[in-house]
Design a protein around this ligand. Structure first.
Ligand code: FES
Length: 179
């Protein structure tokens, strides 16, 4: 089978899976070409499964069900084994992530200075609860414990950028620049 035929076959299987509608909404169609390239880079070797999953996540930001099924079939590794690996290592994600990751501190210092109201404001602004990803794939919102800058509480990180002394009125503005 040529490379293009192989990619077409993968697309067929991926699209026929009918799963992962969130992924389709947030990331577009499954990336069959990326899967194929990653498999080729690792010589289609089952012994390279962890590196293959790492590379897939680096490209797709998470491990989607349809793509894991293809890897399972191509490498002749049971899907249950692949899921066992993907769930064992905390670095692997099985749900789609947003383009930007919000980590709002709910530690003691932030909590006493209004982090709960900031959290409510973010949830209203994004239309998603903590732990979720917006339907447009723009943000994943999570709460964390102490970011280590309690003197500037309440604080949040968006990707690598810290926002400090937040309040429920200003937080919406702070998120505007992230597209
Ligand atoms: S409690 Fe929020 S930064 Fe320490």
């Amino acid at each position: 089978m040529s490379k293009m035929e192989s990619i077409d076959k993968m697309k067929e299987i991926l699209l026929a899976g009918g799963e992962d509608t969130d992924a389709a909404r947030t990331k577009g169609a499954p990336d069959a070409q990326a899967v194929q390239e990653i498999l080729e880079r690792h010589g289609h070797k089952a012994s390279q499964i962890i590196a293959i999953l790492q590379d897939l996540q680096a490209v797709r930001h998470y491990l989607s069900g349809p793509e894991l099924r293809i890897i399972s079939r191509e490498l002749d590794v049971p899907l249950t084994r692949i899921y066992a690996i993907a769930t064992f290592y905390k670095a692997f994600r099985l749900t789609p992530r947003g383009r930007h990751e919000i980590s709002l501190c709910m530690g003691t210092a932030c909590h006493v200075r209004g982090a709960m109201r900031v959290k409510d404001a973010i949830e209203r602004e994004l239309g998603v609860k903590a732990g979720g990803t917006t339907r447009d794939g723009r943000f994943t919102f999570e709460t964390v414990r102490c970011l280590g800058c309690c003197g500037q509480a309440p604080v949040m990180m968006v990707d690598e950028e810290l926002s400090s002394k937040l309040d429920h009125l200003s937080v919406g503005k702070a998120l505007e620049k992230y597209k």
